[in-house]
Ligand binder design. Sequence first.
Ligand code: SF4
Length: 450
Amino acid sequence: MSSVTPTPAAGPAPTDRIARAILHSPQAERAARGRRHYFPDATDAEWYDWRWQFRNRLTRLEHLYRLLPAQVAGNGALREVLREFRMGITPYYLSLIDPDDPRDPIARQVLPLAEESSDLSLGTDDPLGEEMHSPVPGITHRYPDRCLMVVSNSCAIYCRYCTRKRIMAEDVVSDLALDRMLDYIARTPSIRDVIVSGGDPLGFATDKLDRILGGLRAIEHVEIIRIGSRVPVALPMRVDDELVTMLARHHPLWINVHFNHPNEITPDAARACDRLSRAGIPLNNQSALLRGVNDDEAVLRALCHGLMQMRVRPYYLFHCDPVRGADHFRTTIARGVELIESLRGHTSGLAVPQFVVDAPGGGGKIPVNPQYLLAYDRGRALLRNFQGRLYEAQDPLDLPPGALAGARLANPARGGDRLAPNGWTQAAAAPAQADAAAPRRVSAWVHPRR
Ligand code: SF4
């Protein structure tokens, strides 16, 4: 049995920048236990070699029967499922799975399920209409000033809810196809922001990714490059010095990572994020809201807090796209709103992601928020805070220039008088109500001047 303590030569950076809460977390212990359980003979040099991790991915059902028998027992339909959408699980990501928990949230993201081949699926192969907005293969150009560049159809792990399942069976993206994408961007001066995604671009050899990023940097009107990647989550050892040194040559560069559950926030993932941050790359997280994985208030809060400790900003929480075969992952939009409401005001604003629905057919991301503005009438807004209490806010008065000179503003907190012009009095304000039914009762609220 090999030690789970990483040796300096094996790759990991020192731990002095990793939050103690992550170093000593239950998920850190689970990952160490998982490695001992699934890969007792792996040396540190192997474990921290991302190519070894890639080579030893679980890709066949036989691997599951051997390593996770309880999770796949009796599931005869899986061979058919894997014909539709391949499987890939790195040894590292496998180490996060509790072999005895049939509802393990990490397993749920990557293990095939018979539900995927249900004839009742309401989903489609291209739920976001990316192909419809594709001027050349690999480019999705939906918004005027930015575009998506799908440079790869390969990932370290294959997420069973993936919106781009359809491209994973295609041939490898050729150099010629990449040149055509770059050529389209060069010919389209309105594009100032390019998202390089896939598949997972960080799974490329460093020099190949360097060529793509260099090609983009050579285009004068491209201001920002963003990379979308699950590598820090599923293959954190890939984030080595060679990679971050190369990435830092292509600033301004941003990376959107994709953590879905607090069990993914391990010391190795935190080290990968730390390396990227120290290379000057801002990190934002995009989670998918997944039934049975993170559709729970405590889980989502722990995820967002863990991200903050890794200096990763929780950015988007995506309503799960209606992709064919992923219906069992989908929740209602109302549930997403409830979850955001459970965070807003109950934790730092920075820790609250924006809940978005990617409009089916290519309408773009639509933010969906809990309703805090209950009524808005003649410059007066009735607002609800995170505890359900009601407050009013007043718009600036529409007065001629200079009319406010010498007047004291109505700010009770400063002990000021109320301004006379609108005749508003404290007594006329709706009483603060803490009960949950309050927002419905005040929907017809009007201010006293009416
Ligand atoms: S890593 Fe991203 S692109 Fe790859 S399967 Fe998962 S969600 Fe899809």
